[in-house]
Write a protein that binds this ligand. Sequence first.
Ligand code: PMP
Length: 415
Amino acid sequence: MKFKLDKLASNVKAIRQDFPILDREVNGKRLAYLDNAASSQRPVSVINKFNEIYSNNYSNVHRGVHTLSMESTELYENVRKKIANFINVDDQNEIIYTKGTTESINIVARGWAKYNLKKGDKVVLSEVEHHANLVPWFMLRDEIGIIIEFIPVLDDFNLDLDSLEKIIDKKTRLVAVSQISNSLGTIIPLNQIIETAHSNGALVLIDAAQSAPHQKIDVKDLGADFLVFSAHKLLGPNGVGVLWAKMDILEQFKPFIGGGDMISKVTFENATWNEIPYRFEAGTPNITGVIAFGEAIDYLNNNNYVELCQYAHYLSEFARKELSALSYIEILGPSDPSLRSSLFSFDIKGVHPHDVAQILDSAGVAIRAGHHCAQPTLNRFGFSSTARASFYLYNDMNDVEQFIESIDLVEKRFL
Ligand code: PMP
């Protein structure tokens, strides 16, 4: 174990060189970036890719017969295959490029559920969902009269799996849940949820925004029907996301956004649709962003990201243990470490999380404070906001030490 940790620490030390932003100072202090659940940083290969494409290959995609357009189209389309491999999908045409997790879920709600669900059909969510997996369903409910029910979260921060049989029934058409809660850090055991959904004839959407950066996602193993995530949380650019669904399900979608590229033929009266995936990708897409995301996937694969993320988890657990020894800190999240991810929310009694984050910022430590776009989840536990530390594959023990020392500053200042 010790040997493995030493090896991982030295691998982390090596890859930190690839992230220029980690060298900068914040408020005169070394930067300890612990806001990775909100967005990760990028390695120089991803940053340079933008320069390379704009300097050499940039043109619009799918349109031109000229060399630049063919080059950029090829680079852009190659990433579809990379993403398919990344989540173990055989048919790259099942990968839809989107702006991010939020847009992906909205496309499922507006493009699939709106036309395939009817009044009285049930969509089951959980009580730990991000607003991105709540609000689109509320909007659809108000429009077509679906019923929304929730798998409850228990006082121990885990979902109440005993309730599944009661909540997921024959009226349920979709179960949409995250794999890791972004506010509590809970890892959701998906197998039982997926099994119960499928045995009732419901489809399952997995929000992998927090899980895809840290673990191997294998949609075949998972048995999911839809999977969504965002590039910016796994070293890629912001403004790029993924929607994956099985082809027979994608064929049930109606296009959600109309315009160029998504059509086969347009007359003054009407239009017919292009093939999938282009049918769902109207307009000029985020060409450079997608290509740079391909570079991020290469970086993750070439650096054995799953192993590096084990170190991030070790650091998160280490920091958590240190903080839990302090009487004035309450840490949210499951007591079973195997159900905890590499992030945790905490509350310093009597100090507003924004004040905590500000003091930490003055010490160069970046954490998130607020409701984490999970207001109902935090309210359920009696909070309107918390502080959240989240670790990723370039974090090191110096970050942890700096973080813990900066908590002392909060104590000195406020307690
Ligand atoms: N779901 C979860 C679990 C998330 O953590 C996030 C990002 N915080 C989202 C959805 C939304 O992702 P994006 O803002 O990239 O669309």
